[in-house]
Every structure is written in structure tokens, then in C-alpha cells.
Design a protein around this ligand. Structure first.
Ligand code: HEC
Ligand code: HEC
Length: 176
């Protein structure tokens, strides 16, 4: 290549982005404009640009309400950790403090009238009963959970052992 053409070539290279820009813009202009259904607009008050044609954006159901009626629930089997029948919003439960124990620890149940943590909560992994709550049972929410009024997504066909035994004994029952 002759020396005469070098400046021209450099100038062309420098202008390349400028020359290509209209091309790029045209490519975007041909993309289908995002359209929002009236339903989307109604849900959020403004169009939802999902970018996907035909995608149905569902309105989120409202948050289920906490159950806090203080009615202790029947357990489904004896080893089940009972569910929590009161709200626990804002209860501190970490290395520094355990709000649950301020009511459920043995020494406070007289005042709180809360059921005492049972003896299994004092046992270490060898079954030795300790003087205070075992570290294995310190983080209550590992096993005990509060409830909400949310409806189950899948039908539950669980039957407790009493109803199984009753059915198997009744004439024409499963055991016959
Ligand atoms: C202010 C006192 C208080 C605090 C704090 C408290 N509870 Fe309770 N809890 C009770 C009382 C009283 C009951 C009995 C039922 C009722 O009145 O709600 C109960 C019931 C329960 C039950 C049901 C027991 C059963 O046999 O059905 C569980 C499980 C439970 N609480 C766990 C917890 C956990 C976990 C925490 C901490 C996140 C906690 N509680 C904090 C007072 C308290
Ligand atoms: C590793 C699981 C686990 C952890 C952690 C745990 N629990 Fe329990 N809890 C159970 C089981 C299982 C039962 C039912 C059998 C029993 O009483 O041991 C129970 C029973 C209870 C009961 C009912 C006792 C009774 O005699 O009716 C209360 C109240 C309770 N737990 C509170 C607590 C509190 C408060 C904490 C936290 C300090 C806690 N639990 C931590 C598993 C756990």
C-alpha cells in the first residue's frame, strides 16, 4: 500500500462507528414494540414491558394472613413439633437473645402461661438431660413454624394413625 493512502484509511477507520450507527438504529427500529395488555396496565398502573409476546403477567395474590388465634393445634403424630399459634413478628432470635425463651423457658412459664419447652429440649445428643435448653434446640424456628391462612397448592391426603386403625377395624375396612 502506498504511503499516500494511509491517512485516508485512518480517517475511514475512525469514522467507522459513525457510519455503522444508522444501521444499528434501524435494527432496533424493526423490533416489535413491546405491547402491554389492559390487564398488565391495570395491575401496576403502568404498562408492563415484559418483552415477551403473549406472556400473561398475573397479578400477585395478596399476602396470606398470619394465624394468631392462640388455639394450640392438634399434632398429626406424637413426634411432630407443634406449630406456633401466635404471631412472632419482630421476635429477636439470634446469638444474643432468644425472645421465645422469655415465655417458654421453665422459669418464666408461671408468668407467661406458655407451655414449657418439653424435656427433649434439654437433652444433648447422647440423651443426657442438661440444666438449660440444649444448643440443638436453641433456634426454635428450625422446627416450629407459624401458620398463615394460605390454601395448600397440592391436596394433602395424609391420615393420622388413629383414623387408619379405626378404618381397618370397622366392618368392611381396609384390614378385613
Ligand atoms: C409473650 C410470650 C410468648 C413468646 C415471646 C412466645 N410464645 Fe409461644 N406461646 C405462648 C403462649 C401463651 C402459648 C399458648 C398458646 C397461646 O396462647 O398462643 C404459646 C404457644 C406456642 C406453641 C404451641 C405449643 C403447643 O403445644 O401447641 C409453640 C410451638 C410456640 N409457642 C413457639 C414459640 C416460638 C418458636 C417463639 C419464638 C419465635 C414463641 N413461641 C414466643 C407465649 C409466647
Ligand atoms: C430440633 C427441633 C426443635 C427445636 C429446635 C425446638 N423444638 Fe420445640 N419441639 C420439638 C418437638 C419434636 C416437639 C414435640 C415433642 C416434644 O415435646 O419433645 C417440641 C415441642 C415443643 C413444645 C410443646 C411442649 C409440650 O410439652 O407440649 C414447645 C412449647 C416448644 N417445643 C417450644 C420450643 C421453643 C421455644 C424452642 C426454641 C427455644 C424450641 N421448641 C426448639 C422440636 C424442636
Amino acid at each position: 500500500m502506498s504511503k499516500r493512502h494511509t491517512p485516508l484509511l485512518l480517517a475511514l477507520l475512525a469514522a467507522l462507528p459513525l457510519l455503522l450507527q444508522p444501521l444499528a438504529q434501524r435494527a432496533f427500529a424493526t423490533d416489535p414494540a413491546p405491547r402491554a395488555s389492559t390487564r398488565d396496565v391495570k395491575a401496576s398502573g403502568r404498562p408492563a414491558f415484559t418483552g415477551a409476546e403473549g406472556l400473561v403477567v398475573q397479578e400477585a395474590p395478596s399476602m396470606p394472613k398470619d394465624v394468631g388465634d392462640d388455639q394450640r393445634r392438634q399434632r398429626n403424630y406424637p413426634e411432630q413439633p407443634p406449630v406456633i399459634p401466635h404471631t412472632i413478628v419482630g421476635y429477636q432470635l439470634d446469638l444474643r437473645a432468644n425472645k421465645c425463651l422469655t415465655c417458654h423457658a421453665r422459669e418464666f412459664t408461671g408468668d407467661s402461661q406458655a407451655p414449657m419447652i418439653s424435656v427433649t429440649h434439654f437433652q444433648d445428643r447422647d440423651g443426657q438431660v442438661l440444666g438449660a435448653v440444649s444448643t440443638r434446640r436453641y433456634f426454635c424456628l428450625q422446627c416450629h413454624v407459624p401458620q398463615t391462612d394460605a390454601q395448600p397448592r397440592v391436596v394433602n391426603t395424609f391420615r393420622d394413625v388413629d383414623s387408619v386403625i379405626r378404618d381397618s377395624r370397622s366392618p368392611g375396612g381396609e384390614g378385613k
